[in-house]
Unconditional design. Sequence first.
Length: 629
Amino acid sequence: MPITRRRFLNSLCRTALVLPLQEVLRLARPALARDGGQTAPPQKPAGAARETYAAQARPAPKGTPSPVTGTPLGVQFVDVAKEAGLNVETIFGGEHHNKYLLETTGCGAAFFDYDQDDWVDIFLVNGWRLEGFPQGHEPVCHLFKNNRDGTFTDVTLKAGLARSGWGQACCVGDYNNDGWNDLFVSYYGQNALFRNNGNGTFTEVTREAGLLQDRLRWNSGCAFLDYDRDGHLDLFVGNYIDLDLKTAPLPEDANCTYKGIQVACGPPGLQGGKNLLYHNNGDGTFTDVSDKGGMGTALGTYALGVVAADFDNTGWPNIYVANDSTAATYYVNQQDGAFKDQAVEAGVAYSPDGKPQAGMGVSAGDYNRDGLLDIVKTNFAGDTDSLYLNLGEGSFDDRTYQAGLGMNTRLLGWGVSFLDIDNDGWPDILIANGHVYPEVDGTEVDAPYAERKYLYRNLRNGQFEDASLLGGSGITTPARARGFAVGDYDNDGDLDAVVNCVNALPQLLRCDTTLHRNWIKIRVVGTRSNRSGIGARVKVVAQTGTPLLSAKPGSPLAQIDEVRSSNGYFSAGDLRLHFGLGDAGKVDLVEIRWPSGAVDMLTNLDVNRLYVIEEGGKILKSEAFPTTR
């Protein structure tokens, strides 16, 4: 295996080797030469509160010119939240000043088809404030039913989901295999599992399911996954820090500052939380198997965003965790009921310069269409976001600069997702930004609290183009964004996003396109596998008339994706997988590799339709929506 700058620097971290900078550079010189000599030496952290230090900006290599560069984007995102009826503000911490770190993280969102009509509904996690609220006026989470006409109706009370507290993340999956997707919400405090009753209502079954916790925890990102492939969804819950407000340091007492501004303390210096793994017993209950499952092997702590996926193509799901202010965690499934953190060995623990980063959100997708799932991670202001190319055999390479994501360091990323915005079959990247400290508003030392988004167009040659300023007002309008979910809420064949903001109304970013490209959606239903099909790998092959859409001239358009219960930062996307097809008039092949190990193949499918496919290859539904353009 070739030595790269990442593997060399990570080997130093792994062995706790401490050398003078000159000696590090001397030893690294051969590896740096093979890497083009572009690696900057590690720098010393700034050390204030959560303050990170920026990687030195290096221009992305020119590479092979792409035929996409300079062409019109053909896509505009417009915020239609108010017109759609998403009119409830998310409450989270102080609006202008935060005492504690707890007030900064914000909440997630979900495109969640709770009534199984294939029109995705919206769930928004809500938060709290330190001073509390009068009885009857507490903020609660909200469920909005899709009216199938571009609008939504708040059905929270009817559905039984009006729970209050310091809400964090949500993830979706049918944990009891009754055919209805359930909802898990993590909290600072006690988490909540809501069983879908199949009649538009939910019942909280946290206690009955064995998910009550024995002490106060700051639970963060979550994911349903069938880690042992027994057909029942297990549950991973990240933990951020062990925080007790009675003893937590105050900014003025601990002199916590960010660029000279007094801000909430942490997380450096605070005790990191312990990640949790729950095994599904198959009878509606879970057992905490965190110790047996290897959750304590992680190098880092301070867990935030979580994604579970089969990154090494073994058929077994792994777990990647974005950690704040420390090394990321990559739990590799040992296929015996346990996981082992191999982030350092895999090359996904640190920045290209071998330093820990303040990770927030994470998403998986095959951006270069080689059949391997890659990783994109958002980080703190002053640093780049991270793009890891999957090299296979358990190894990744940091392509942040080569791919063109290294040019942006000013804004602070939270929600993130690979998504095909223009239906050309190549995953693009959307990132929701917003500063962590409201105190920066009115100063000139940093970006404002509300920030615009990043939109990166895939140039189909391993590089991305920053198309943020071309993506419409939904991208360029500043927002206090945290989590967001991706899905086609209006079933018009392009992907939209719902954004949960801090102390503000949410955003509903409708994608409007003039490109008229084709697509296909696949929803899977497990039988031997878990009913939601989480972990199913879907491959779609189609022949296009445009050679540039394919990996090689004259080759078919082949792409993969996996069904996942969570994505980005604290959020859950549409469980229906969406594949852009360009000008392909037919889908030659849909291959589904189920968690059970079964493989189904369907051929000669129509484009611009949703297919619901049951394990065994049976098509339960084939639908073209009336609003499809």
